[in-house]
Design a protein around this ligand. Structure first.
Ligand SMILES: Nc1ncnc2c1ncn2[C@@H]1O[C@H](COP(=O)(O)OP(=O)(O)O)[C@@H](O)[C@H]1O
Ligand SMILES: [Mg+2]
Length: 297
């Protein structure tokens, strides 16, 4: 009786938890929620307990044969086809709330894009209150990443765009901000921001902007207005439906290119075995070089 009762209560608790969970665990969940397309499903990129550092954050740079970097390349290719078709240049990465993977997605896709074509790609860190690009790149790259003012430095300087404002890894140019260098874009007039972006449009074929989340502040709304297209990052098993719905209601949906479902647990997905096979068949002989660093110029 005791065992049966225990099983019954356990089963009931699992059921209640499942009912209360309003997050998305896979692409099908997102499809049922919205008509917007899901551009990619990025796996959870944290390694084992010994590898839970930030180096795992940039698989496109540190582990080119991993499932994650292949998924980032697929995402990049889809984005490129879509924005080329409409001659769009500026793509904003945002999400409903924080820590959903905007910076990780923006840096990986910008780097992957710089690898698959000839033109210059610019990555701007416009999350001025919580900049992440500088920190995540310095884990895998040596060199200068330009002055701490980043985007605000350009907006506030009436002159041209000095080359020393940017860091560069191959064809990827980086305009990074540093912690505490600025409050937010709130006080910047959209006109001066628009003018700066107009200058940048002439220099770069693609401009990817990493931005703050949509719900708590105005910055991403301001940037979305100036961008050509927007990518919404949704964190698997973390972003709640209510939160995402509210974020979607709060701004111009016509610009949204689609979702990126980030941090999916592939081992639980129905298609998981396909990737398992990929790992076994293709990646065992090519282990990533630990500690290899890129040079920022
Ligand atoms: N696909 C992923 N799998 C596992 N961890 C991830 C993934 N994407 C991001 N993270 C981790 O989540 C945290 C927040 O990511 P970040 O890109 O900084 O989010 P945001 O820019 O939205 O605040 C970081 O610690 C990052 O390493
Ligand atoms: Mg960020």
């Amino acid at each position: 009786m005791g065992v049966l009762l225990g099983l019954f209560v356990g089963f009931g608790l699992v059921l209640v938890r499942h009912q209360l969970d309003s997050t998305f665990s896979d692409v099908d969940d997102l499809r049922r929620f919205s008509n917007l397309s899901t551009l990619a499903s990025i796996p959870d990129i944290r390694g084992g307990w010994f590898d839970r550092g930030r180096t795992a954050q940039l698989p496109t740079m540190t582990d080119g044969v991993s499932v994650a970097s292949e998924q980032y390349r697929i995402l990049t290719l889809r984005i490129r086809i879509m924005i080329d078709r409409e001659c769009a240049q500026i793509l904003l990465f945002t999400s409903s709330a924080g820590a959903e993977g905007k910076t990780t997605t923006a840096v990986n896709t910008a780097f992957a894009l710089s690898q698959i074509q000839q033109d210059k790609v610019l990555l701007i860190d416009a999350d001025l209150r919580k900049p992440g690009v500088r920190g995540c790149l310095t884990q895998v790259a040596n060199g200068r990443l330009g002055p701490p003012e980043g985007l605000l430095g350009l907006v506030n300087s009436p002159g041209g765009l000095a080359p020393e404002c940017f860091g560069r890894i191959g064809k990827l140019y980086i305009l990074a901000s540093a912690d505490g260098s600025a409050d937010s874009l709130r006080d910047v007039s959209s006109e001066s921001l628009r003018k700066t972006l107009a200058k940048l449009r002439k220099q770069f074929k693609y401009i990817f902007i990493d931005s703050p989340p949509l719900l708590p502040m105005v910055d991403a709304h301001l940037l979305a207005d100036l961008a050509d297209r927007v990518v919404l990052v949704v964190r698997a098993n973390r972003t709640r439906r209510e939160t995402l719905a509210r974020a979607l209601q709060s701004f111009d949906m016509s610009k949204v290119l689609g979702f990126v479902l980030n941090g999916v647990d592939y081992s639980r997905a129905r298609y998981g075995p396909v990737y398992d096979n990929y790992v076994k068949a293709y990646t065992t002989s090519t282990k990533p070089k630990r500690g290899a660093k890129f040079q920022i110029r």
